[in-house]
Design a protein around this ligand. Structure first.
Ligand SMILES: [Ca+2]
Ligand SMILES: [Ca+2]
Length: 204
């Protein structure tokens, strides 16, 4: 970053006073310069913003390069990573966010069917329960997908028969349950499950 700053700071040899938008800067050899602080700070902020944005994109691309498979739904492309490490729901959510993704949100029937079929047909996956991004909003008792964008309601047909049943009055997170043929069950958020991260890209 110091190299970047050095590139964007405007240095002027002085014969007298610095202007009001400049700060004096004296180097060891006695050379004095005026630094265009406003211009420099603006440029640094711009560059920091660009670098941050680029870092997010590169990080997401790196994770997606390791994710498999990808599918197109409406105007978005979603890539999925199936993680067989067992974590609590909050920790699984954090793990997905680290890679600029989110726990899987099954907004449409085709996506739901695709994920279910992938879990059923893969011997590495079909003996786990899987966290999704589904959770219950405390105040209005509504179940939603916790996506990157606006939360959306969970369609009633995603649930297994007689679920969500709020067993023990504390089931607030939605898992795809092996014994329910990977339909949804509400579960204690501190239970540990495998989890699916989803990485979404909008079409240009
Ligand atoms: Ca989705
Ligand atoms: Ca339940």
């Amino acid at each position: 970053m110091y190299q970047v700053v050095a590139l964007v700071v405007v240095l002027c040899l002085t014969g007298g006073q610095c202007q009001s938008t400049q700060k004096p800067l004296t180097f060891e050899q006695g050379h004095q310069y005026c630094v265009e602080t406003k211009h420099a700070v603006d440029r640094v902020y711009q560059l920091q913003s660009s670098v941050n944005e680029l870092t997010h994109i590169v990080r997401k691309l790196l994770v997606v390069a390791l994710a498999d498979p990808c599918r197109t739904w409406n105007n978005e492309v979603s890539c999925y990573k199936f993680n067989t490490e067992h974590l609590t729901w909050p920790n699984a959510k954090s793990a997905c966010l680290t890679g600029e993704g989110h726990l899987v949100a099954l907004e449409n029937q085709a996506e739901n069917d695709f994920i279910q079929q992938t879990l059923r047909s893969n011997s590495a996956y079909n003996n786990h329960n899987w966290w999704t991004s589904g959770y219950k909003i405390e105040n209005n008792k509504k179940w939603v997908w916790d996506g990157i964008h606006v939360d959306t309601d969970i369609a009633p047909e995603r649930w297994f028969t007689n679920e969500p049943n709020n067993k023990g009055k504390s089931e607030k997170c939605a898992e795809m349950k092996m014994l329910f043929d990977f339909k949804l069950n509400d579960q204690h958020c501190n239970s540990t499950n495998a989890f699916i991260c989803e990485y979404t890209f909008k079409r240009p």
